[in-house]
Design a protein around this ligand. Structure first.
Ligand code: ACO
Length: 433
């Protein structure tokens, strides 16, 4: 492997160092390119740009590999839980039993939210989108902990363990409260005796006259859903978290920004978009055959949602795992013949033998089935992306920490290629036509 790459620019040879990651990923280091040549790189969408060095998640999208801190996603899905995996992602190692116990205690202690926060919910219109509420409430949460949200990375890092636990634990309380507020239902306080997922489902669905007891298969499906979403390298929302963190912003503000980035239909909003697509196919009496043809038109609003991925050019390994677990959740809930699931399976089968999708390497991503799982559990559609945000929290937190702990880190500030008008003189209003 050469130590340097040579770039020929205006008859000058520019030497660019090569960097190799621990999994053999190769990069050309262009950090000095502009200083040496006056040129910048143009890479709209950053598809060829490594924005950082990171030790959290490894993906090889060509062959469908996903590992958190070196551990294959398949092994974590089989043996671990969301909370243990969250600890791993945030701290770099699987917890010892004592560390696991302490983490659980911190989560339990931090599950309730300040009672004055409840009044903040009243300020939102009843039909406000829960992603807007989640982002606003996460940012507001920092106001209740000014000593943990100083915007001084060194100080914020001193209390990192506590801040991380507060956010991981309270994000589910905030999410459940936003659902209760939107339905005009009383809030359910978190219980100390319930594990993470069961507690969330209790806060969502218990009523004053009937506690919600989650079926083990349902709690397990939710656990798996969260675990599979816990981190995913430098995607749109994680890059946003890192960008905000790079300015020195605290963990509450940075993760709130991550929620906003996740909201869009091309990212976290895709699980909701998949379900909307399946419902509209069903309502039109189509079995998916007509829709597949339309999806090949290349029109952005006709895409087969839940298909394609910026980095996976193979079956998303998370989609495989979630699809398998889906059947046991459905069986335990007594759901035998779900017309939307039937359409989804038909769409998948058709796309996987269609040259349009094969030639573009478009395979199901995690969102293709995750919306159906959420629906089976009883999570309302506008909460799907919120569920993704709860799951992604450990990844955002770990990425924030990498930025905050990097003493040599620089503020994220890309360049651009300006294509607007060249210099021109101001035109007074009466001379404009
Ligand atoms: N349906 C139909 N055609 C598609 C789809 C799709 N879902 N996705 C991509 N294409 C086509 C494009 O039209 C394009 O075709 P062309 O080469 O003829 O112009 C080609 O495939 C490449 O597409 P890009 O948009 O360049 O791929 P990019 O890597 O930028 O986008 C993305 C990836 C956003 C995920 C895209 O595949 C998509 O929109 N998928 C549907 C939305 C979705 O499922 N998002 C969830 C992503 S996973 C996550 O966030 C957890």
């Amino acid at each position: 492997m050469p130590a340097k790459a040579t770039l020929k620019l205006e008859n000058k040879d520019v030497q660019l160092p090569i960097i190799i990651g621990t999994e053999g990923e190769r990069a050309v280091d262009i950090r000095n390119l502009r200083n040496e040549t006056g040129y910048v790189c143009y890479d709209e969408g950053f598809g060829n740009t490594g924005s950082c060095e990171s030790a959290i998640t490894f993906i090889d999208g060509e062959v469908g590999i996903l590992r958190y801190r070196g551990y294959p996603i398949e092994q974590l899905a089989e043996h671990s839980s969301f909370i243990e995996t969250a600890y791993l992602i945030i701290n770099g190692e699987l917890p010892t039993p004592a560390q696991r116990k302490r983490f659980s205690q911190l989560l339990t202690e931090n599950a309730p939210i300040h009672s004055s926060t409840e009044h903040l919910y009243e300020g939102f219109p009843w039909d406000a989108h829960p992603m807007a509420i989640l982002s606003a409430m996460l940012n507001s949460l920092g106001c209740y902990y000014p000593h943990l949200a100083t915007n001084d990375h060194q100080r914020d890092l001193q209390n990192f363990e506590e801040t991380a636990a507060i956010i991981i634990s309270k994000v589910r309380t905030i999410a459940a409260y936003s659902y209760r507020a939107s339905r005009g239902l009383p809030y359910n306080y978190p219980r100390r005796d319930l594990p993470y997922c069961e507690n969330f489902l209790h806060m969502m669905f218990s009523t004053p006259f009937e506690p919600y007891i989650a079926l083990p298969e349902v709690a397990q499906a939710l656990n798996l859903f969260l675990l599979l979403h816990a981190d995913h390298e430098q995607n749109c929302s994680t890059s946003t978290v890192r960008t905000v963190a790079s300015s020195g912003a605290n963990l509450f503000a940075s993760t709130a920004a991550g929620v906003c980035a996740l909201w869009g239909p091309l990212h976290g909003g895709a699980n909701m978009a998949v379900l909307e697509m399946l419902k509209s196919i069903h309502a039109e009496g189509d079995d998916g055959t007509k829709f597949i043809e339309l999806a090949k038109s290349g029109k952005a609003d006709r895409r087969l949602m839940g298909f394609g991925h910026r980095v996976y050019k193979h079956y998303d390994p998370r989609a495989k795992i979630i699809k398998e677990s889906f059947y046991s959740a459905l069986a335990s809930l007594g759901i035998k013949d779900d017309p939307l699931l039937n359409i989804a399976m038909r769409l998948e089968a058709a796309a996987l033998k269609d040259d349009y999708f094969l030639s573009r390497k478009l395979y199901p991503n995690v969102d293709f089935y995750s919306g159906l799982i959420m629906r089976a559990i009883g999570i309302p559609e506008n909460m799907f992306t919120v569920m993704f945000a709860i799951g992604r929290m450990p990844g955002w937190i770990a990425n924030w920490k990498e930025v905050a702990a990097n003493g040599k880190g620089r503020i994220y500030r890309p360049r651009q290629i300006y294509v607007g008008p060249t210099k021109r003189d101001y035109v007074p209003p009466h001379q404009r036509h």
